[in-house]
Ligand binder design. Sequence first.
Ligand code: ADP
Ligand code: ADP
Length: 217
Amino acid sequence: MPSYVVLLGPPGAGKGTQAELISEKLNLAHISSGDIFRENLKNQTELGKQAQGYMNRGELVPDDLTIEMIKDRLQRPDCKEGALLDGFPRTPAQAEALGKMLAEWNGKVECVPYISVPPKELVGRLSGRWTCKEQGHVYHETFNPPKVAGKCDIDGSELYQRDDDKAETVERRIKVYLEQTTPLIDYYRKQGVLAEVDGTLPIEQVTTLLLKAIEKG
Ligand code: ADP
Ligand code: ADP
């Protein structure tokens, strides 16, 4: 039976950072909805063109487009054993749709680690974030700097600052998260799969807590 883990948390909580560190250990494909959208944007696919305006404004891409994109991605061979979802679901409708599609495949959401970080810490995290052009690996100029400034430690590609990590867009994204995504905390708590992890701790400590929470779940 495939196994699915959903990382929940505000923009800047450390979902991408942690997913990169634990997906191999869990033997699960790391599926980041934001990375998939950015790849489509770069290649100017039809989906990328449809998503562009929403992403630039820091709003959510409509549910129907997002759900279809994830459903398609989760059916690829690398997700045969399941997936570690980063950035999806982000609305109650997406969570419902995920539950339905997994049930069709005899799977379910087994554990939802919620990486909690108070909003006041998020702006500093996002404005200091540097992302790798090739594969989306993330760094922070103060909290997790690359070995060589401007270059990814893992694949050597150039690092850039995302357009939507600008202060105004960050404020909007946090607001959107509080309004549209926080209901998922209760939704998964009621299902008995939520595990809150303190995301203000150093990266390695968060990793340890996450792995413990997932083992238990
Ligand atoms: P998300 O995917 O949830 O938006 P990221 O993993 O991209 O978050 O992390 C946001 C920024 O915060 C990045 O610059 C990252 O290096 C940094 N970061 C991640 N985890 C921590 C942590 N535990 N403490 C300090 N900074 C962190
Ligand atoms: P963050 O690092 O802030 O968590 P992401 O990289 O996950 O951001 O997402 C970047 C943008 O991509 C979002 O602001 C949104 O426009 C779009 N996006 C990503 N995932 C979703 C989703 N599940 N539903 C709708 N839009 C999404």
